[in-house]
Design a protein around this ligand. Sequence first.
Ligand SMILES: [Zn+2]
Length: 202
Amino acid sequence: MKKTLAIPLALLLMGSILSVVGANSYMNESSVALCMACGMKVTKSDPSTLTVSPSGQPDQYACCPVCALQVALYYKNAVVTGACISSGQKITFNVKDSTLVSVSPSTAQMLSGGSCAKNKLCYDETNAAALKTKLDWAAAVPVKTSTQVFDTAVTKFATATITPKPSLISLPSYALLGSGIFLLALAPVTWMYFSKREKQSV
Ligand SMILES: [Zn+2]
């Protein structure tokens, strides 16, 4: 094959492979985060994962309601969004000046199993009761109101060291994606260069 086509085509192929591999690993890595309070790795789309949206700053993620409210206390002003583990309904906590000003719905509760993984957010008493029968360890665990959950977070926050967590997207992902895009962009440039040279040599 002539150089005019062979080199640009090779660049296109290499560029496509690197871009796809890079984009894939970028997407895998961007779907997970570290709980900003306890450092546990969480999947952003997991129903147990809560999103903390501090005013004017990027979203952070937390593994359980107690962690999420500690993160909200760190920022002083933030909206915490989670889901009922039983029904999937949305639940939000609004923290202003380090005070819990509102919870939607106000009936929200939490099964308090004594660890992050066993702190389960529920839409209301009915969902909490349903979840208690569904989870074998939960039958006897206490249920806390949203105010009690916030108070627990305040107590824990007093002795906690909370720092913003870095993104989990690694340098190799950026490098793969970047070099893939670079090669893709280079392909037409080399094609133009070689076809110009070919014309001149005729
Ligand atoms: Zn956590």
